[in-house]
Design a binder for this molecule. Structure first.
Ligand SMILES: [Zn+2]
Length: 332
């Protein structure tokens, strides 16, 4: 009698275990078990908030944003649901270097920016604002990018450096001479900024090989608008805009912006370029670095020596000094 009872209990226990096993297998396979317990939960959220319990201590908006970009996916193995705390991952950090498109030219060419470093103080180098006419500045920018890819330790830990190697890809593609200076709307991208902007200007002492304009209005050009948005969003503190061929450094909104002058003096000290620059009497309008200085950014034009050489060996020390420079107000 005891033997029969023991066998019956054993069979009932085995059946119960089998039924329970089937239930959990189905629940994990379909993902319902996860969703019932953690509405909107995804594997990515577990990584984003290691050790988190998905309670109100995390902002709802962040969870919703993550859900929008990464819809929940069934986990066929069920390992994530059963062992959520066994794979804690550190909070995601920015990669040391990266690349992004910040906008497009008139002819839909991408404006590419390269980033180096993750520091809180943001510096920027822009080349090719005058397109193919100053093609050697674009070549220099790509050589500096290659240098930093090979020697990332040149970027101090407190700095992030962005390099935009070609702000005027349409002009660059059109001609390696006078006709490559303006963009595809025949606008000089260094006369289109919202600082003393004019559609036309007195040409005395100024570049005057083609009848180009400052645009229909300030910031009318997509290249200028894209760069302006990028600079303000990333809170750029210092920038160099490369040109050729005056072998000189121009300080933004001179003489009304001392931080730009301070940066100019630091770069002049390690270079063979002249500062202050020669004055040919041109009354500049709508210039990029003057607008930038208006925003409080230390901003310089750096002019290479000619339209052929990229002046790489001159500009490596300039790059290092630019990266080492800190905004005067931050120095104790
Ligand atoms: Zn130029």
């Amino acid at each position: 009698m005891d033997k029969i009872r023991l066998t019956t209990i054993s069979i009932i226990l085995m059946l119960t275990i089998i039924v329970l096993a089937i239930f959990f297998w189905i629940a994990n396979t379909s993902g319902q078990f996860q969703l019932q317990q953690l509405p909107g939960s995804t594997e990515e959220q577990d990584i984003l908030y290691p050790g988190g319990t998905h309670t109100q201590e995390y902002p709802t908006s962040a969870v919703q944003l993550q859900t929008e970009t990464s819809p929940p996916t069934p986990d066929p193995t069920g390992t994530t649901a059963s062992t959520p705390t066994e794979t804690p991952t550190p909070t995601p950090t920015l990669a040391f270097s990266g690349q992004e498109v910040i906008g497009y030219s008139v002819l839909e060419r991408p404006l590419e920016v390269y980033r180096f470093g993750t520091g809180e103080h943001v510096h920027l180098i822009v080349a090719g604002i005058h397109g193919g006419y100053e093609w050697n500045t674009v070549e220099l920018a790509y050589e500096l990018i290659e240098l930093l890819e090979n020697e990332p330790e040149r970027v101090p830990s407190d700095k992030t450096l962005y390099i935009l190697p070609n702000l005027n890809p349409d002009g660059y593609a059109k001609d390696k001479g006078y006709d490559g200076r303006a963009n595809a709307n025949n606008v000089d991208l260094n006369r289109n900024w919202d600082h003393n902007w004019q559609i036309d200007w007195a040409r005395s002492g100024c570049w005057n090989y083609r009848p180009i304009t400052g645009g229909e209005y300030a910031e009318s050009e997509p290249e200028v608008r894209a760069l302006k948005t990028f600079i303000l969003e990333r809170e750029v503190q210092a920038l160099i805009s490369y040109h050729s061929q005056m072998a000189a450094i121009f300080s933004g909104n001179f003489p009304f912006h001392p931080p730009s002058e301070d940066l100019a003096n630091k770069l002049w000290a390690v270079s063979s370029y002249s500062y202050p620059p020669p004055d040919y009497g041109c009354h500049y309008t709508g210039q990029f670095v003057d607008w930038a200085a208006d925003q409080g950014i230390a901003a310089l034009d750096v002019e290479l020596r000619n339209h052929v050489d990229n002046d790489y060996t001159i500009n490596v020390p300039i790059l290092d000094a630019f990266l080492a420079w800190s905004y005067p107000e931050m120095v104790d």
